[in-house]
Unconditional design. Structure first.
Length: 346
């Protein structure tokens, strides 16, 4: 069985070892970011900033009725709007769902992918309070926050998932012991690209988090595929996504390091020879006949804005404030990519 190159955030996870690269491992040519001591000192001082974020989140949950058991979709959109399933015969319930604009209509569709979900929790991280967090739980609110912003600006938005689910309809071959088999993991990511295609999306955005072997690993990175026919648009959007999300985070005083924009061949962890030979992320990469036949057919990029294995960055990723800031930067990048409503992209 074959496993695609999963985004780097899937390296460190609670799932069975057979589905993961060794905890914290990185693909060749992708060196971990090491903080300089001076930055570590500044981070200690800025724990006060994080405390302010925590107080804001607690106040939000107290007065909004949020907290454990809340419906994330209702919290983010402020509506009971359930959207429209793109193809319920192919995708799991609550997966690959389309939402219309809530103001105006730019006649443009954006696909947002909240990484991991269902049998795949993604990377395992921690907060400064010692709470364990899972990547799949933190990517979803970012996706849904960004969706709400884009809908208000006239975009149709298709999301890979609206809850803690897989994207594919699961079969016995996809799961073993409550976790994805290698084939199931491959097929679930491939289903995200298929969802974007079936929705006729004009742009694709992958939202993941990063993980490292050291709590000193930190920073934001964005990947794009350089071999597609629309590679120039991939790169243009990737640069906007990295810049806008990073700027939004650092405007809060978080001082997140810039790991730059890189080709997707430098992201991910390959678990089979086939995925090593493929050398791309399935979400962004080209077809590989007989193994991957449904590549995304629109420009796109994938961002990992924070390391959830760094307690400081993990705390931001797990906070409503942090999720909203990342979503805001993501939505801004999409709007910049397409230009104003009366303009044309390019």
């Amino acid at each position: 069985m074959r496993q695609e190159q999963a985004p780097r955030g899937s390296r460190s996870a609670r799932s069975a070892p057979r589905l993961r690269a060794p905890n914290g491992s990185r693909p060749a040519g992708s060196a971990p970011h090491r903080r300089e001591p001076s930055l570590r000192v500044r981070r200690r001082r800025r724990l006060l900033v994080l405390a302010v974020v925590a107080v804001a989140v607690a106040s939000y949950l107290l007065f909004s009725g949020g907290g454990p058991g809340r419906t994330i979709l209702g919290r983010i959109t402020g509506t009971a709007d359930a959207g429209t399933a793109v193809d319920p015969a192919v995708f799991a319930s609550g997966a690959c769902v389309s939402f219309p604009p809530t103001a105006g209509d730019r006649h443009l569709t954006v696909f947002l992918d909240a990484g991991h979900g269902g049998p795949d929790p993604g990377a395992v991280g921690t907060t400064t309070s010692g709470r364990t967090i899972y990547e799949a739980d933190e990517t979803l609110p970012v996706e849904l926050d960004a969706m709400a912003l884009l809908r208000r600006h006239g975009f149709t938005v298709v999301v890979s998932r609206t809850g803690d689910t897989s994207v594919i309809k699961l079969t016995p071959a996809d799961v073993s012991g409550g976790e994805f088999t290698v084939q199931g993991s491959h097929d679930d990511v491939a289903a995200r690209a298929l969802c974007a295609d079936k929705a006729h999306a004009d742009l694709l955005v992958g939202i993941y988090f990063d993980a490292g072997s050291s709590p000193l690993d930190a920073g934001s990175v964005t990947g794009y595929d350089a071999v597609r026919s629309f590679a120039a648009d991939n790169l243009r959007f990737a640069r906007l996504l990295q810049s806008d999300v990073l700027s939004a985070m650092n405007a809060e005083g978080w001082e997140i390091p810039d790991e730059g924009v890189i080709q997707d061949s430098q992201l991910g962890s390959s678990l089979t020879q086939a995925s090593i030979n493929y050398g791309h992320l399935l979400l962004l990469g080209p077809a590989d006949p007989g193994w991957f036949d449904t590549p995304s057919e629109m420009p796109g990029a994938l961002i990992e804005p924070l390391f959830i294995t760094d307690p400081f960055e993990g705390s931001i990723a797990a906070s409503a404030k942090g999720q909203q800031v990342i979503a805001g930067g993501t939505a801004r990048a999409v709007e910049q990519y397409f230009g104003p409503p009366s303009g044309r992209k390019g």
